[in-house]
Design a protein around this ligand. Structure first.
Ligand SMILES: *Cc1c(COP(=O)(O)O)cnc(C)c1O
Length: 410
């Protein structure tokens, strides 16, 4: 019997064959099989070490297996993992208080995945629209942006502009209108008396690190105020230090009414997300209106509390701002014939390649061979978004390899 038949794969090829045999093919991962992580580094099953420049789409801003978060998680797992919300637990109130104090919010709704939190925000603003704004029942509209990414549920992909994300999943939920991202005039024009909310990513992550004009969110804030429309920012990717501020909205001097966070809220340990609300939109929910078996469990709560503490106490947000600028400067100095633009904020950086080169994937494959793990986003953009614990000499190490790959023959 071969090792694979006995169920114990050893080599990269064997692990990949196993996944390919039994797994749904909804991803096309790079051919690297990881087994261990620490800080910005991960190791594959062959013992090769890589710098993680994706940070699991920003779920692991605090670095892989952060010891304080691991300790908190193990300690709580031994004590009490879940109560369900049928009963209370001693961690949840503390998470609420700490989150509200950090983000200047009034209320929190705990969920698990990012998409669930976005769905929850959609439910909240629709209910707010009917009960507070008095929009005729069934007519509420939410404005979203072209090229958005808010998750993968049927409702959410229904208002996505990526054909592949929608293909085969109809019928979709009505009540969404999509406008160009970064265009405040388009927002003003799209609003009518049934508009309840505008849902936007402060910087679009999945569609290629698209940074809007500097005054965009300020204008959007004012337009929403003038029209009694709720401003919802999806900070699942941009939040929690990624762009060099706790929330990306701080760069633009605004406060959203509703902010959705997830990903790094658990330091990557576990799915934890939350809807934060300033205008008390969340007070539309009454017992039984909405729920989640795992949302707000004690394990999730202490993991999130610790992940937030670590982010602040260990200076990761400042580090993201400082080293993000350094990384961007270094990338701009590369002078590659393939690079069209470099953009981003903090450690959320995108290198856009000219679109006649055949895509960013080949560069990500080459970077992998050099020991750097990146993922292409929207075909022509290489995203560099390492954990926020990266240091200057790590970037210097990476730049040598990046420079080489951005000058390779293709
Ligand atoms: C990742 C992401 C989501 C979805 O989060 P999941 O946990 O994958 O459901 C939503 N919005 C943004 C901006 C994201 O980056």
């Amino acid at each position: 019997m071969t090792e694979q038949e006995s169920g114990i794969p050893k080599t990269t090829e064997q692990f990949i064959a196993l996944e390919n045999e039994y797994g749904a093919r909804n991803y096309k991962p790079l051919d690297v099989v990881l087994t261990r992580g620490e800080g910005i580094w991960v190791w594959d099953v062959e013992g090769k070490k890589y710098m993680d420049c994706l940070a699991s789409y920003s779920a692991v801003n605090q670095g892989h297996c952060h010891p304080r978060i691991v300790e908190a998680m193990i300690g709580q797992a031994r004590k009490l993992a879940i109560t369900s919300r049928a009963f209370r637990n001693e961690q949840l109130g503390l998470l609420y208080k700490e989150l509200c104090e950090m983000t200047d919010s009034h209320m929190v709704l705990p969920m698990n995945s990012g998409a669930e939190a976005v769905e929850s925000a959609i439910k909240a603003v629709r209910k707010w629209g009917y009960y507070e704004k008095k929009v005729p029942y069934g007519k509420a509209e939410i404005i979203v942006c072209d090229n958005n990414f808010h998750g993968r549920t049927v409702t959410i992909v229904g208002f996505n502009s990526e054909e592949q994300y929608r293909d085969g999943y109809a019928p979709f939920s009505p009540g969404f209108k999509s406008i160009p991202f970064g265009d405040a005039d388009a927002l003003e024009k799209a609003i009518n008396s049934n508009t309840v909310a505008f849902l936007v990513e402060p910087i679009q992550g999945e569609s290629g690190i698209n940074v809007p004009p500097d005054d965009y969110l300020k204008k959007a804030r004012k337009i929403c105020d003038d029209n009694n429309v709720i401003l919802i920012t999806d900070e699942i990717q941009t939040g929690l230090g990624r762009t060099g501020k706790l929330l990306c909205e701080e760069h633009y001097g605004i406060q959203a009414d509703v902010t959705v966070i997830g990903k790094a809220l658990s330091g990557g340990m576990y799915p934890v997300s939350a809807v934060l609300s300033n205008k008390e939109v969340l007070s539309v929910f009454h017992p039984g209106d909405h729920g989640s078996t795992f949302g707000g469990n004690p394990l999730a709560s202490i993991v999130a509390r610790t992940a937030l503490k670590v982010l602040v106490e260990e200076g990761m947000i400042e580090n993201s701002a400082k080293l993000g600028s350094y990384f961007a400067e270094q990338l701009k100095a590369v002078n590659s014939p393939y690079v069209k633009e470099i953009r981003g904020k903090g450690l959320m950086l995108g290198v856009e390649l000219f679109n006649d080169l055949g895509g960013a994937r080949q560069f990500c494959e080459a970077l992998k061979d050099e020991g750097i793990l990146c993922k292409e986003t929207h075909d022509n953009v290489i995203r560099f978004a390492p954990p926020l614990v990266i240091r200057k000499n790590d970037i210097d190490w990476a730049m040598e390899k990046i420079d080489k790959v951005l000058h390779m023959d293709i």
